[in-house]
Design a protein around this ligand. Structure first.
Ligand code: SAH
Ligand code: SF4
Ligand code: F3S
Length: 453
């Protein structure tokens, strides 16, 4: 191996999948003897794990990359890597745009980082974007949190939403075997982790590519089966999962969530639009009525469940009236949180080529109006926590107030209270809520009711 790099830096853009991939890649780099540095300018290996879901996400990468490419002219030993979804989308074109790059690697190659870097250290410029079967991860990820962890259960997406780059950059669905998922979780439990979020772009598709039919003719290895299969992992006290697709969300899954005590009452179910014609143009495969029925059913089983979602405004051809239908859905449902975005035309997606694109003015006006409503709704939804006693899993110190710790309720509300992080990290504490804000809470711990794990 030629130059001997010692420090690495990773900047991660995008969704939880990318964050989970970054943790695994960091684990690989540490196994190779590198140590983490916060400042990319101190690092011998700089890795950008990128996102291309919207144009602004992609552009951010180029500006970061430009600075490091410049630095490479003074420090030729610098190894520059672009991983993730922009890497997959652009492939070799990235090398033409930024010739200083050493390695361009798509998300399916994250677990192969060591192998790829060895090729780089031998003097090659490497592009790894071919579709592959994702190897089981045998490394030890460097997890950001000591309390909560992500566990991938299915990679890729087989949907064809007309606005979305994910199927193109993440490839076809590949489920991990339930035994591998359980084994990872058992290890997490032993290491002191308390909460696991099972991850997939379309998690309801879990297991479709795995064998197995029950004697009654039902498909085995569904997400519901997986929840039952991992529910008793010692030490893991809370389970979450994301992202759910309304097309496949089943009553059997809702029942399981209500029945299994560790599954938290929080559901992230993106609806994207409240208008049936827009949903059809998006190829989402459900109507707003079906979406409402799902939420009703969730609330029938778990009246207090927190609901979050994603929505897009300004999809090609969206009329003011159709946008009003989105506002109406949001007003009726009352989301605890909603990620909103203006539609951004993406390469290699059908909707980007349509000639009924809306102006940026209309899109940003609608985004503002929707966000205004979302904030009102979140404030209203937060009210219900006032004076209640909530279980909070303590994750960390409040970065803005070291006398406080922070954690999440089962409904995923960020909650702060006074306490010593060293004594409380990883514990589930009963907290009386004294202050509510739209997206966070403050409370007083009920020490007598403290549930020490
Ligand atoms: N798999 C998830 C979401 C994946 S992407 C699902 O099916 O819902 C995360 C969010 O980004 C999407 O829910 C969508 O709201 C948003 N998004 C995706 N493509 C977009 C685009 N071209 N323009 C604007 N927002 C987009
Ligand atoms: Fe994209 Fe649709 Fe797949 Fe979600 S389900 S990742 S929005 S294609
Ligand atoms: Fe972005 Fe890729 Fe996730 S495009 S949202 S990082 S799957």
């Amino acid at each position: 191996m030629s130059p001997s790099p010692r420090q690495y830096h990773i900047t991660t853009f995008g969704c939880q999948m990318n964050k989970a991939d970054s943790e695994r890649m960091a684990g690989i780099l540490e196994t190779m003897g590198l140590t983490w540095t916060e400042d990319p300018n101190d690092a011998n290996v700089v890795l950008y794990n990128t996102c291309t879901i919207r144009d602004n996400a992609e552009q951010k990468v180029y500006s970061y990359l430009g600075r490091q490419a410049k630095r490479k002219h003074e420090q030729p030993n610098l190894t520059l890597i672009v991983a993730g979804c922009v890497a997959q989308q652009e492939g070799e074109a990235l090398l033409r745009r930024v010739p200083e790059l050493d390695l361009v690697m798509g998300p399916q190659h994250a677990n192969r980082l060591q192998d790829l870097l060895e090729q780089v250290f031998a003097g090659n410029q490497v592009v790894a974007t071919e579709a592959i079967h994702i190897m089981e991860d045998i490394t030890k990820p460097r997890r950001d949190s000591q309390v909560t962890a992500w566990v991938n259960v299915i990679y890729g997406c087989n949907e064809r939403c007309t606005y979305c780059v994910v199927p193109g950059v993440r490839g076809v669905e590949q489920s991990r075997p339930p035994e591998a998922i359980r084994a990872e979780m058992v290890q997490l439990g032993q290491q002191g982790f308390r909460e696991v979020t099972l991850l997939g772009q379309n998690i309801d598709a879990y297991g479709r590519d795995l064998p197995g039919i029950t004697p009654e003719g039902r498909r085995q290895n569904t997400l519901t089966d997986l929840l039952y299969a991992v529910h008793d992992v010692p030490g893991i006290e809370r389970l979450r999962f994301a992202t759910s697709h309304p097309r496949y969300f089943t009553e059997r899954l809702i029942q399981a969530c209500a029945e299994l005590p560790k599954v938290c009452e929080h559901f992230h179910i993106p609806f994207q639009s409240g208008d049936n014609d827009v949903l059809k143009a998006m190829a989402r495969g459900y109507t707003q009525e079906k979406y409402r029925r799902i939420i009703d059913l969730v609330r029938q089983y778990m009246p207090d469940a927190a609901i979050s979602a994603d929505a897009i405004v300004g999809f090609p051809g969206e009329t003011e009236e159709q946008f009003q239908n989105t506002l109406e859905l949001v007003a009726d449902i009352g989301f605890d949180q909603l990620n909103t975005a203006a539609y951004s035309p993406r390469p290699n997606t059908p909707a980007a080529l349509w000639d009924n694109q809306l102006s940026e003015e209309i899109k940003s006006d609608r985004l503002q109006r929707l966000n205004h409503l979302v904030n009102q709704q979140a404030a209203l939804r937060s009210q219900r926590y006032q004076n209640r006693v909530e279980e909070v899993l303590v994750e960390d110190r409040n970065p803005k107030n070291p006398a406080q710790v922070m954690g999440r309720t089962r409904g995923n509300r960020l909650t702060f209270f006074e306490g010593d992080i060293n004594a409380l990290r990883g514990q589930i504490i009963a907290v009386r809520i004294t202050e509510v804000r739209p997206f966070s809470l403050t409370g007083i711990p009920l020490v007598a009711a403290m549930a020490t794990l």
